[in-house]
Design a protein around this ligand. Structure first.
Ligand SMILES: [Zn+2]
Length: 432
């Protein structure tokens, strides 16, 4: 071999080894962009949103040559859900307002169609005994009652406020106006009556009539967890598990699409990038990748897996759940830190030696993402979420374009270091 050739080979080797050892931010970004695109319809319960997302994840698993768990990577399951197949339409005195942008519905909002009168109540009316008595005497079945951000006010008569909010006045529905954000969530059951939350400045002080058309439907939604793994070189029957939920809220009519870029396309992207990484750098343990369905409606996919495990739960030495992974300027929060102090200390050491994130913050146990049922089943598990200057949550503005991915590389490296430490630690211990 000539010297020039040798150099070329060495150069190439370095290039390749750098590539296979590092994260791939552009790959992660392209995954998020795809998962947030219109075709995926907010990865929810309309227009095959979550099915398309599951198929995309399956394709990526196959690309990285993951070994399938379940039937071609799928573990099917189902659960009931309320969904909104058609346009959600509201007009205030003939002026249209838009779902997701001007207003949002309560989870499980029942169907309502027609033209209704509007009764706006302020705290003076509620606090005045005579006036309140008069209002209570009205027949309000053709009315929507409007209150101004009532939860945050100090009422002299909180029991009266409660009567209104619980709709003991038997109005057709309620409207909260002047909300800061329009946060939505899916539901399994119908709510007892419709509630509309209007963003600050979108519900005028004087409205006489409201025209409304909301068609809520109920179904048992068939979905699937998407599961695959890379076989360990040294100890294939021990497992490190990376999890993230791929579902989000879907759509509310045609105007409101909830892309869920941070929640949780970002976690899925990091999980797929980890799959890509470990496929090229075969690990000592088997490394399993679990993309869960039905998280937003109540951790259904991960619960189903824990009840019907496709690997022995006792053989999982560490599970890392990623949910909300697009920031990091303010650091990382670790749910379950206080449950597993030894692991938490090691995580901090990994972060210190790699100089990755500015802060690692501990949290206690919380049933707030897919790690939860694994923890309950005795699996050592952490839920990681990154913190930073990003304030869109369960709203239509949690978009691909809004993400910065500012500490993606650092968070990725921390995951790998920590997972690799755990494998090495077990293997070293077993040698003794
Ligand atoms: Zn989430």
């Amino acid at each position: 071999m000539k010297i020039a050739q040798k150099f070329a080979v060495i150069f190439l080797f370095h290039l390749v080894s750098w590539n296979i050892n590092a994260q791939d931010l552009s790959y992660a970004k392209s995954c998020i962009k795809t998962l947030c695109s219109e075709e995926f319809a907010g990865r929810g319960y309309v227009q095959n949103g979550d099915k398309n997302a599951a198929n995309f994840i399956r394709q990526e698993y196959a690309k990285h040559k993951l070994i399938p768990l379940g039937e071609k990577y799928f573990q099917p399951l189902g659960f009931p859900v309320i969904y909104y197949p058609n346009e959600v339409e509201i007009k205030l005195d003939n002026r249209p307002v838009f779902a997701g942008h001007d207003f949002i519905l309560n989870p499980g909002c029942p169907s309502v169609k027609g033209t209704y009168k509007v009764l706006q109540l302020d705290s003076a009316m509620i606090d005045n005994s005579q006036e309140f008595k008069r209002i209570k005497g009205l027949n309000l079945k053709n009315y929507f009652i409007v209150v101004d951000d009532i939860k945050n006010k100090n009422f002299i008569h909180p029991e009266r406020a409660k009567e209104i909010l619980n709709n003991t006045l038997k109005a057709k529905g309620l409207i909260y106006k002047n909300n800061k954000t329009l946060v939505w969530s899916p539901a399994m059951d119908f709510a007892p009556f419709p509630i509309l939350y209007f963003k600050a400045g979108t519900f005028p002080n004087l409205v006489l009539e409201m025209e409304i058309k909301i068609e809520a439907a109920h179904k048992v939604h068939g979905t699937q967890n998407v599961l695959g793994y890379i076989k360990g070189r040294v100890q294939p029957d021990s497992f490190i598990v990376f999890t993230a939920h791929y579902d989000h809220l879907g759509k509310l009519g045609n105007d409101a699409i909830f892309p869920g870029a941070n929640d949780n396309a970002s976690g899925i992207a990091m999980m797929l990038d980890l799959a890509r990484h470990y496929a090229k750098n075969p690990p000592e343990y088997s490394v399993v990748f679990m993309a869960f369905a039905g998280e937003e409606i109540g951790l259904i996919g991960s619960y189903y897996f824990v009840e019907n495990p496709l690997i022995p739960l006792k053989k999982i030495s560490l599970l890392l759940n990623m949910d909300l992974m697009s920031t990091g300027d303010e650091g990382l929060t670790v749910v379950n830190a206080t449950e597993f102090p030894y692991l938490y200390e090691q995580l901090k050491l990994c972060n210190l030696s790699g100089q990755y994130l500015p802060d690692i913050a501990p949290r206690g146990k919380a049933a707030n993402s897919d790690h939860h049922y694994f923890t309950e089943a005795g699996v050592p598990s952490f839920f990681f979420y990154l913190r930073g200057n990003y304030h869109h949550y369960h709203d239509v503005e949690d978009t691909y374009e809004a993400l910065t991915m500012s500490k993606y590389n650092e968070a990725f490296m921390l995951m790998v270091d920590f997972a690799n430490w755990r494998m090495r630690e077990y293997i070293d211990k077993n040698k003794k």
